[in-house]
Design a protein around this ligand. Structure first.
Ligand SMILES: [Zn+2]
Length: 267
């Protein structure tokens, strides 16, 4: 008797120390058990992995959301999936991600990866009337290309740089779950070989700045490089510029499609 009670006591102490860590958690939505490391915290509850996967692909406010809000979203997501079965896109734009717009229906969806399966991802159907802003974000990295002379890395004359660009479309909406939709217009990062343009901090106008330097270098830069006239663009750089320009055109097209149809649907 005495021994049994002792064991029980030790057990309680053990629970006190480790109980919190290993305490079984229950999903506040489906009531299922949540395994170790499987918990997705909510403001006032817990969410299992399986339920979390059903949230909007554009939703990033899970931690601040209540059980009631998540419950509402998941019911809404089921309706979204049903509506998607009848969705027919009249225009599609984007190589990396893809925006698909149903012009007659005045709504669109965006896939983060153009190859994703529409019904598997269940992207939110957003009405054009919910669009607030359409912006282009440019990400840019660059490094100097060097050559080996006498076993040492040395600059070319004039110096050569390799830039890489990514063009991101950012659509801000008043949709309750898909408030910020951000997807890449280009597929793989786009290279741009150029002479004489030093490394720059990434910023939004990086592409237009680099492009201006290539197509019409400032007089000061020409002198610095010991040149009298701009360098003839070789066909590789020309093609690279065309690829980047195509992304700027896709952005302009998206802007005009969303604006035009939005105007139609407000009338
Ligand atoms: Zn669950």
């Amino acid at each position: 008797m005495c021994g049994a009670s002792k064991t029980g006591r030790q057990g309680e102490i053990g629970m006190g120390l480790f109980g919190k860590l290993f305490e079984k958690k229950i999903c506040s939505i489906c009531g299922g058990d949540i395994g170790l490391l499987g918990n997705r915290k909510l403001a006032d509850g817990n969410l299992c992995k399986k339920c979390a996967q059903k949230l909007s692909p554009w939703f990033d406010e899970r931690r601040e959301s209540t059980v009631a809000q998540i419950d509402e979203q998941l019911r809404d997501r089921e309706r979204n999936l049903e509506e998607l079965r009848g969705f027919s896109s009249s225009r599609g734009v984007g190589d990396g991600g893809r925006l698909m717009i149903d012009e007659a229906g005045g709504r669109f969806v965006v896939l983060e990866d153009a190859d994703d399966d529409l019904l598997a991802v269940n992207p939110d159907l957003v009405s054009l009337a919910q669009v607030e802003r359409v912006e282009l974000e440019v990400e840019h990295i660059s490094h100097e290309e060097k050559r080996m002379i006498d076993g040492k890395k040395q600059s070319y004359e004039p110096p050569r740089f390799l830039h890489y660009f990514d063009f991101w479309e950012v659509i801000t909406t008043s949709h309750p779950w898909a408030k910020r939709i951000r997807f890449r217009l280009n597929g793989p990062s786009l290279p741009l070989h150029a002479e004489g343009i030093a490394r720059r901090q990434p910023h939004l106008d990086a592409y237009h700045e680099v492009k201006a330097h290539i197509e019409l270098p400032p007089a000061g830069l020409l002198a610095d490089l010991g040149l009298n006239a701009p360098v003839e663009l070789d066909c590789r750089t020309r093609q690279e510029l065309d690829e980047c320009d195509r992304c700027c055109e896709m952005h302009a097209l998206i802007q005009s499609l969303l604006d035009a149809s939005r105007a139609d649907h407000k009338n």
